[in-house]
Design a protein around this ligand. Sequence first.
Ligand SMILES: [Zn+2]
Ligand SMILES: [Zn+2]
Length: 240
Amino acid sequence: MLALLKALAEKSGLAASRCPLCGQLTYDESGAPCQACARSLSPRTGGFCPQCGEIFGDDDGVPTTCPDCLHTPPPWDRFMFHSVHAGALRDLILAHKFGRSFSNARLMARLAEEAFARHARRVPDAVVPVPLHRRRLAWRGFNQSTELGRALGRKLSIPVQDRALSRIRHTAPQTRLDHTGRQTNIKAAFAADAATVKGRRLLLVDDVYTTGATMRECARTLNRAGAAAVDVLVLARSMG
Ligand SMILES: [Zn+2]
Ligand SMILES: [Zn+2]
């Protein structure tokens, strides 16, 4: 049935577009996801720590500060995210990482903007994407957090300072390491450009937050360089 519909649609020149996430045929030419995927891309509204986004079991629970943040407050003021790194959101981020597409980029930008609108209390002076080391950048061809940061900067009409932070040390991929390994691995991996950072309120942007070791190191580096404030925005927060 689907094949027939598709064939008919293509033959007649009607909009034969596909859901960018599951490939389902849709009649939406804007590249928006199908209804089922759109539903599963809804934001996380409860059951998380407002300071680091740690996910608790129940998504209708009141946001509550987690024991880690009570013990050691994170090096940023506000933490904003769209939802859990799972299901359609995870598919979207992965699909874009390995097969860059315009409609997925647009969808990710929209989710980032919505997350900002839900959580933000102020518009920052500039967006700062979490940098990739140039060796990995050369291999992948683009930095997803830079792309996301640029889209968000355009929507909020604020500049994107993609040279405010640079990765000065090539580090092993964080995914291969345990918790302690990740913290040691990322330590002193970044440098901030004091001239662009000093006295500014910055919004650090990345696609996925896993243990937060990278984000913490970036925020500390910006704080040390004299940033007036650092907020964090990520699309997806890992479960653990
Ligand atoms: Zn779909
Ligand atoms: Zn927390």
